[in-house]
Design a protein around this ligand. Sequence first.
Ligand SMILES: *Cc1c(COP(=O)(O)O)cnc(C)c1O
Length: 509
Amino acid sequence: MTQTVSLTDAADLSRAPVDITTVLDHLVREADAAAATSIGFPAAVDLDQTEVMARLGNRLWNNIGDPADPGGGAHTRALERAVIAWLADILAMPTDDRWGYVTTGGTEGNLSALHAARRRYPTARIYYSTAAHYSIPKSLQILGARGVVVSARPDGEMDYAHLAAQLRKRRRRPAIVVATAGTTLTEAVDDTTRIRAVLDDYGVDGHLHVDAALSGIPLALDGRLRFDDAGGVGSIAVSGHKFLGVPTPCGVVLIRDRVRGHGSHVAYTDTVDTTITGSRCGLAAALLWHAIATHGREGHRWRAIEARTLAAYAVDQLTAVGWPAWRHPHAFTVVLPTPPEPVRKKWLLATDGDTSHIICMPGVTRGQIDAFIADLVASHHRGRSRSPGSHPNRRPVPLDTDFSSSGTVHRSTEVITMATRLRRPPRVPVARPRHQRRPDAHVLAARPSPQPPPADHTVIAWARTTLTVHRAGDNGLCRGCEDLGQFAWAPCPTARDADDTLTDHLPGQ
Ligand SMILES: *Cc1c(COP(=O)(O)O)cnc(C)c1O
């Protein structure tokens, strides 16, 4: 096949003969090409599953029925039970009150848990936050259950005061509350202890489910997510293809044994029908088992620590080039103002309006982060040349503005340090055209100060760095520096050089 034939045309089964090798080559080539810039979605890519795929991947392994079912031929239920036990153990789930199975993913885990909770509390309302995953309202719709939406804070965590207010209005009814451990956009973790306390305050009976698809395993390994009796959690869903990087969509749901429904016996398969789907993927269970067996608790803890370290590095580097990024301390997810479209597209960023994120899952490298940031910086240069020197919303920021309330204190000394650091171009592993080779050019925003530095600033150089505070808008350009809610010291990307930055932004010049 030539490059001009699309995959859709090549794969068209109504055209004979179909060139199978070409189609498969095309798929692999596209996936390989995308892998280098895939930092927007949470799939770990560091584990090797070749052995399981080679030895088990070519036949049907069907774990139909309950994981405890003994019968049948080619299935991996023994491995599935081992996976359930391992996960329940790291979550400190009581050994005498545990049950679970390997699902098709986070969605099925949520559906299965909410199904069980609802069977127990048929009149309950189901509370979930605006930052909850879309599988939650979908599950409610499938179950025909009534939902109550609770606000989320800007950082993605549930607003517990609003939960309390919503519960108070319906205190006569039982409540099923969905907490999220790792929200999709910011990886916020709802505090199950606080949710329990709110339920207890109003004496509301009910069930607490944790949608921990994204962060369940890393948090459990740190002891930060627990399923013991004290926590009052009734069920947890985790994903298998995110942190564990299993090469097929899958997940695990854990439900307290006394909460879950005990399904009916199916005569012709001789299995007990306790799961959402009938036939279930035994290969997924084997892959999960293999991922755990090859690394163990400590290996996976180490993977989580490495990933968080990379995420912290990404925040530092982004902040240093003037792109105000942040992350929750436990998170792999780095939240940032949405980059210009070409950067967003190339790096497959998940985007919600003016906010995007990258996720430093195990397997993402420092080189990828550096290359992403270099692209971000280069895109500013291009943006600048399209609209040289002028920006409709540009407004000066008074130099004596108190920025310390943002939680980020920038004194002159730090700013100078930052500028010094930035004069070294970031490591750029990819070849770039000559005109893009000076990613440091627009950050030279220091110049001799007309006034001496304030007395409380340590003078480390006879220069006072004056930088603009800006927040990038959708087009990646400065929005006019008026929004102090999220900012960093940074040059305005529309400035042609340091002097532009200074003269355009210094008050009274
Ligand atoms: C990924 C995810 C899901 C859904 O998982 P699927 O495997 O896509 O069904 C649900 N909730 C959260 C928080 C997630 O991150």
